[in-house]
Design a protein around this ligand. Structure first.
Ligand SMILES: Nc1nc2c(c(=O)[nH]1)N[C@H]1C(S)=C(S)[C@@H](COP(=O)(O)O)O[C@H]1N2
Ligand SMILES: [Mo]
Length: 220
């Protein structure tokens, strides 16, 4: 069993294959679409199930182990246990999700805490421009602060009326529905606000830094 922070046994091959896809530009259709007019981004196909993708370590984040830090370039760092997280204002949204491996799933009902609620509490400093998510399995991913600071971005703990299962990042994961799903960290542990951009696990292995599905920003 791999320790937190390691790629799980047997997953080195998966990581290598996905890096190969990035090098070859696999799955690219070479088209773009307007998200206001086209619901399904180019090169995607619809699924009804919810596939599981990760590095092969699915950490058991119990209520005791749970902690969410919001820190870095903020005026008021937060360090929340599960009760404190659940005591924040809760919200609900329905959104589609799009994975770079070509599947999309419509109408997912999310419940959780809005990114903007966390930002209001932590108060980013004016120089904060980027966000790095750190997860319990060692995974990291990055977005611009303006991509995180959107009304449809949530730290979610329920999907379609039930707690998010462990394999999908429960008890709490990030959900950024308008970017490819690798930007949505499962088992999130820390949200670090930074001045300089810092590419994460897939972004340093050939995947696009911006990850907009309607522009097919799969690799880059
Ligand atoms: N902590 C963590 N988050 C992660 C990953 C991971 O390996 N570890 N994989 C990413 C990738 S590549 C994808 S496609 C989605 C998959 O989420 P799902 O398994 O719930 O479908 O999670 C993203 N978030
Ligand atoms: Mo992925």
């Amino acid at each position: 069993m791999a320790e937190d922070g390691e790629v799980g046994a047997g997953r080195e091959k998966l990581v290598a294959r996905k890096q190969e896809w990035a090098r070859e530009g696999r799955l690219l259709t070479g088209t773009t679409a307007d998200p206001a007019r086209v619901r399904l981004p180019p090169g995607q196909r619809l699924v009804r199930d919810w596939p599981v993708l990760d590095l092969g370590v699915q950490p058991d984040v119990t209520a005791q182990k749970f902690r969410l830090d919001v820190d870095g370039a903020v005026a008021r760092p937060l360090s929340l246990d599960l009760d404190a997280f659940m005591a924040l204002p809760q919200a609900e949204s329905v959104a589609d999700m799009h994975c770079v491996t070509q599947w999309s799933r419509y109408d997912n009902r999310w419940q959780g805490v809005a990114a903007r609620t966390l930002l209001e509490q932590a108060m980013p400093k004016p120089e904060a421009q980027h966000v790095v998510f750190h997860a319990h399995d060692g995974y990291t991913t990055n977005v611009r602060l303006d991509q995180f600071d959107q009304p449809d971005v949530f730290l979610v703990h329920r999907w379609n009326g039930a707690p998010i299962p462990r394999q999908h990042g429960g008890p709490v994961r990030v959900m950024i529905p308008r970017l490819y799903l690798w930007k949505s960290a499962k088992w999130v542990r820390r949200i670090e606000l930074v001045v300089q951009d810092r590419p994460g696990f897939w972004e340093t292995r050939g995947y696009h830094n911006n990850a907009d599905p309607w522009r097919e920003e799969r690799y880059g």
